[in-house]
Ligand binder design. Structure first.
Ligand code: FO1
Ligand code: CA
Length: 337
């Protein structure tokens, strides 16, 4: 059995190879939910959905979010209406009342649907409407995610990190904003001063997540701060990772990051934006997979390979390196249970 911690695009890209190296039935993916937003009355879970759509074979692989060839008729009409009515198209926060999920944290991640600032495709939106409807009926996010995984015929298990809401808030020189406002609306332009996982003290990992963290864990080449950080902020998760074999794949080649805002976010929270900083952020990791061209000296075992992932063959090569790293720390592929 093997568990992947996933957020953003890094780990989903690795899964593309992992699911041909590992038996999909032995794979569990734990998804970040710190990026989640309530937008236009529906709960959007970008990091769960990227894995859901990947596993269902419908992911837009150009953007690594949303559904391929999705139409945007509803989104287009929302923009037409807002413009015609003279309404501001920026992110519009809403008050905490009338929350989608009935929790206080909603006020930090809840946005109006007026000229929605994130594009939701029509099929994508159907997933959010179903998810939100089920949550309103009293299902947990874990149960809802399982039902959606069934609907998309996933061959592996997909779990949200928690049933409790956590909101990744970015403190910048232009004020504090939700991660999606920072990333989508502001294109990561404001200077990051700190990152906070609002609600994390009240959030707990689910029993299913704690179970999955008893197995070997792969931390994919996701952004350590906003993709993996929210999971680590939840009580008990780091402790569980201390106890189990963990291999992490660096999203950096020394101080060059493959994609996304990881460097600015790491610097903002006080980690060196580099492989050395990733190792500092993951004290529980027992071994690392680094790029061939990454000469970083670490205090833990390292397996090197070309870590750029552009296709399934690349992902398979990196997964083999992950397997080798597990062997290096004495964790075999056999299920000890
Ligand atoms: N990213 C964008 O850059 N622009 C968007 O309009 C946008 C919409 C969107 C809708 C649903 C979804 O699941 C993801 C979406 N993303 C969009 C991606 C998302 O902002 C990030 O890639 C993740 O949150 C990072 O992990
Ligand atoms: Ca460990």
């Amino acid at each position: 059995m093997v568990t992947f911690l996933a957020g953003g695009t890094g780990t989903p890209k690795l899964l593309d190879g992992a699911l041909s190296v590992f038996d999909p039935e032995s794979v569990t993916v734990v998804g970040n939910t710190g990026d989640d937003v309530e937008l236009g009355g529906v709960l959007v879970c970008p990091d769960l959905d990227t894995v859901l759509f990947y596993g269902g074979g419908v992911l837009d692989r150009e953007r690594w979010w949303g559904i391929e060839n999705d139409t945007t008729e509803t989104d287009d009409e929302l923009h037409r209406l807002a413009e015609a009515a003279g309404l501001d198209a920026g992110p519009r926060y809403l008050p905490a009342e009338q929350q989608v999920t009935g929790r206080e944290i909603s006020q930090w991640r809840r946005f109006s649907g007026v000229a929605e600032f994130m594009e939701l495709g029509d099929r994508d939106r159907a997933v959010h409407v179903t998810r939100t409807g089920l949550l309103d009926e009293g299902y947990s996010l874990t149960e809802v995610t399982r039902l959606l995984a069934d609907a998309f015929d996933l061959a592996f298990a997909l779990l949200p990190m928690s049933n409790d809401p956590v909101a990744t808030m970015v403190h910048t020189d232009e004020g504090t904003m939700h991660f999606q406002e920072f990333w989508v609306a502001r294109r990561a332009e404001p200077t990051v001063e700190d990152v906070e996982f609002r609600g994390h003290q009240q959030a707990s990992p689910t029993p299913a997540v704690l179970d999955a963290l008893d197995d070997r864990v792969v931390v994919g080449p996701s952004n350590p701060v906003t993709s993996i950080g929210p999971m680590l902020s939840v009580w008990g998760v780091e402790e569980a990772l201390e106890r189990t074999p963990v291999v992490a794949v660096s999203p950096f080649v020394e101080d060059e990051v493959f994609s996304g805002p990881a460097a600015a976010l790491m610097a903002g929270v006080g980690y060196e934006p580099s492989t050395a900083g990733v190792a500092d952020a993951y004290p529980f990791a027992d071994a690392f997979v680094l790029d061939d061209e990454d000469g970083t000296d670490l205090d833990r075992p390292v397996v090197r390979t070309d870590t750029r992932i552009d296709d399934a063959a690349d992902a398979e090569r990196v997964t083999r390196a992950v397997e080798e790293a597990f062997e290096r720390v004495g964790a075999t592929g056999a299920d000890p249970a």
